[in-house]
Every structure is written in C-alpha cells, then in structure tokens.
Design a protein around this ligand. Structure first.
Ligand code: LLP
Length: 419
C-alpha cells in the first residue's frame, strides 16, 4: 500500500502532483510520501503488538534526517552500522536507549562513540570484536551491553548479494561456536551479556526461512537459560521483502510466523526492518532526454542514472516504471530499455520493458525506490546527487537539496605541481 496514485491521468504523491514537484526542484528527484511511511511503521509495529517488542528501523535503507525524525516520533529505535549513522540518528532526536549497533567491522572510535552515547546494545559478530569492545569499555570504565549475532546457516532464498544467513557468509557467529562465545563473553567483566541476534538476508518473500531462524534462536535462548545466562533481548534482524514484482507475506503474517517459535521465552523482541518500512514510500522521478532507436533496440534515455539508483544492475532488481502523465489506454506501447547518461552498459533502470510511448520531456517514475535508493547514490561521472522531497498531504518539503558543483569538489585541493 502506498500513496502514489493517478488522478485524472496525473501521478500524485498524496495530494501533490508529481509534475509540480519536478517543475519546482528539477529532475532527477526522489519523492517520499509521509503518509506511506507512517502507515508502514504502524502496520509493522501493530503486527508485533502481541509481544513485548521494539522496532529499530535499519536506517541504512533511508537515512535522511527528516525521515529518521518521523520514525523516531512514532517510537522507533534505530539499527545502525557506523558512527555516521549514530550521529545522524542522534541529530534527528533518536533515543540512544533504542539504538542497536550492527556490522562486522566496528572501529575503536565507533565503539567508543556508541558507548559514550549509551546505546542499547552492540550486535557482535566475532571473537576479536568481542575483545575490542571489552577493551574499549574497560578504558572508559563502563560496561558494554552486547548481544551475539548468530549465523543460523540457512538459505533465505534471495539474491546472493543480500543473503547473509548461510554459513559461508561473513556475517554472524557459527552455530557450532555460539555457546563457547557466550561462555567467553561471560568471563569478560567489561561486558554485559544482554541478547542474541540474527539477520538472515534481505528482500525475503517467504516466511519459511524466518521460522527456521526463529526455531534455532529459541533453542539457543533456552539452552543459555539452563546454563545460567538469562538474556533480555532477542533481535530477529530485518529482511521482509516488498512487492517489487514478487508477493511477500504481509507484516502480520510475517510477525505471526516468526513469533510462534519465540513465545514464552521471556525476552523482548527487537526487529530491524529497513526496506519494508520505506521501499514503497519513495519514487525516483526522471525526465526523458532522448528516444534512441537502433536496428535492434529502442532506448529511452532519461536524466536519472545508475549513480542515482544502482539496484537494477547490482542486484538484477526489478522496479516498476510508471509514466507521470498516464496516456489514454489505447495509446500503443513499446518495448524499450530505460537507460541513463552514465558511461557504462550497466546504467539502466529497466531492460526490454513494455512501456507507453514517450517523448522528450515526459516524466517517468521509477517505483519502489525508497529503500537503498538515495542512500546508495554516488557522484560517479561528477553527477550531482538528486534532491529528496517529502510530501505530507498537500505540502511538499525539500528535505535535501541537490548537490551543487561546490559539493562535488568539496575537500579537493588544486596543488601546484611541476609539469
Ligand atoms: N539488520 C541488519 C543487520 C542488516 O544488515 C540489514 C540490511 C537490515 C537489518 C535491514 O534489512 P531489510 O529489512 O532492509 O531487508 N542494498 C541492498 C540491501 C542490503 C541490505 C543490507 N542489510 C538492496 O538494495 O537490496
């Protein structure tokens, strides 16, 4: 469910015409819908209502300050993976006691900054990381709250680049070593053992892998309890998919499936959803520059590119493309590749896609671009990153300006060198 709909053939973001946004801020531009963000958070949160729980939005999916503030105001915590994300969510008013710090490569400064902020817990992924966190905590004379991230060794059935729960992946502690880790962590006086975590992958469209992970986690929590280690938190990670093309289970079905094996454990459930909260709440609006026809292909060349949205080439991802002005139903369609100006063959939003005929200056909306869209944008080809606009009812707010040329060269020096 989202709030991008046609009214009289014009695409609207809530009550604002997308063409008006494009006219005001130019293209390409990311447009988000506040009503959709609120709705997604509420539906996800309500799905877990039967359990003591905390939602920690995986802010890597979309980290604009205004979006973080909106989620924070609804009671969300945050799953962070860097000191940059820590500072961002604190700037947006996050409650440090609702922040969990994930990731395999935390630096000492990052650990120190998180301890200083007083976060809820670190999700720890290896023995050397456990030792570093203990050492940084000892130096600062505090106890570090830690949760061990286990790798449940299963196949989440998603794209290999976003699959994390198999034993060959760099993530998590192997099942075979997890009790040994807890025993070792218990012996370190600068740590407080508070939880068990996992995250098996992203864009998962079936409840099976979540249930399998839940059953494995529940067995670990029970065994630890019988060994005298009573955990407070069980962090189930994120990973629920969205309907790019597939039909994932709705949040209520997902939550019911994953909670079933976890009932009666006496732990607070932490969930780290990213994509499912923001994916369908954002679109990338781009303008047609040229329609190029060769003997064998038709290319719609648009002003957005892989530097704006890299998902199609990186994950073979499908994003629906909608015309901002919907033509009459009898207008003939064409088969075309939608490509950008970047000098790479991988610079496309769609290949061999059936679309309505378009011409120069027409606007297209790349749908479901709210998650891992803007946050993965780069300045490749010295292209400015797009502005971000948040629509709320009849109002539009520019929540990030387009990069200026000075932004592109910020920090660079023109040094004097002999030729
Ligand atoms: N928790 C942890 C520890 C994670 O690593 C991730 C995502 C999440 C939660 C949130 O997962 P989600 O609910 O969004 O599936 N750039 C890729 C996705 C990378 C996901 C990385 N980790 C894409 O565009 O598909």
């Amino acid at each position: 469910m989202h709030h991008f709909t046609y009214r009289d053939h014009q695409l609207y973001a809530e009550d604002v015409a997308v063409k008006d946004i494009a006219a005001r801020v130019g293209t390409p531009v990311y447009v988000y819908s506040a009503a959709t963000l609120r709705r997604h958070f509420r539906v996800f949160d309500e799905a877990f209502a039967g359990a003591d729980h905390l939602i920690c939005f995986a802010m890597k999916a979309l980290s604009n300050l205004s979006i973080l503030k909106l989620f924070g105001s609804m009671g969300s915590g945050f799953d962070i993976v860097s000191v940059g994300e820590l500072m961002r969510c604190l700037r947006a008013g996050a409650d440090p006691k609702k922040i969990v710090f994930s990731g395999v490569g935390k630096r000492d400064e990052e650990i120190a900054a998180a301890l200083e902020a007083g976060i809820l817990m670190f999700n720890v992924e290896s023995r050397p990381e456990l030792d570093r966190i203990a050492e940084v905590a000892r130096q600062r004379k505090v106890k570090a709250p830690v949760s061990l991230r286990v790798n449940p060794d299963l196949d989440p059935g998603t794209h290999p680049h976003i699959s994390t729960g198999h034993r060959t992946s760099k993530f998590g502690i192997p099942l075979s070593q997890v009790f040994q880790y807890y025993a070792q962590a218990r012996a370190l006086p600068d740590l407080e053992l508070v939880g068990l975590s996992t995250h098996i992958g992203s864009q998962i469209t079936d409840t099976g892998p979540f249930i399998e992970a839940g059953e494995k986690l529940a067995a670990i929590v029970r065994k630890l309890r019988s060994d005298g280690i009573a955990l407070r938190y069980l962090d189930i990670g994120g990973g629920l998919g969205i309907p790019y093309q597939e039909e994932p289970p709705p949040p209520a079905e997902y939550a019911a499936a994953i909670l079933k094996p976890l009932t009666g454990l006496g732990v607070k459930i932490i969930a780290e959803p990213g994509r499912v909260l923001v994916g369908n709440a954002g679109i990338l609006v781009t303008r047609v520059l040229y329609v190029k026809e060769t003997d064998v292909k038709r290319f719609i060349v648009v002003d957005g590119a892989m530097n704006d949205l890299i998902r199609p080439v990186l994950y073979e991802a499908y994003h629906a493309i909608w015309p901002v002005h919907k033509p009459a139903a009898d207008r003939p369609s064409v088969i075309a590749d939608v490509v950008g100006p970047v000098c790479e063959s991988g610079d496309f939003f769609a290949q061999e896609r059936e679309l309505p005929q378009v011409q120069r200056d027409d606007l297209l909306a790349v749908m479901s671009a709210g998650a891992y869209g803007f946050v993965m944008a780069s300045n490749y080809n010295s292209r400015a990153r797009s502005p971000e606009v948040l629509v709320d009812g009849t109002r539009m707010h520019v929540i990030r300006e387009r990069d200026s040329f000075e932004d592109l060269v910020r920090g660079e020096k023109l040094v004097e060198l002999g030729s």
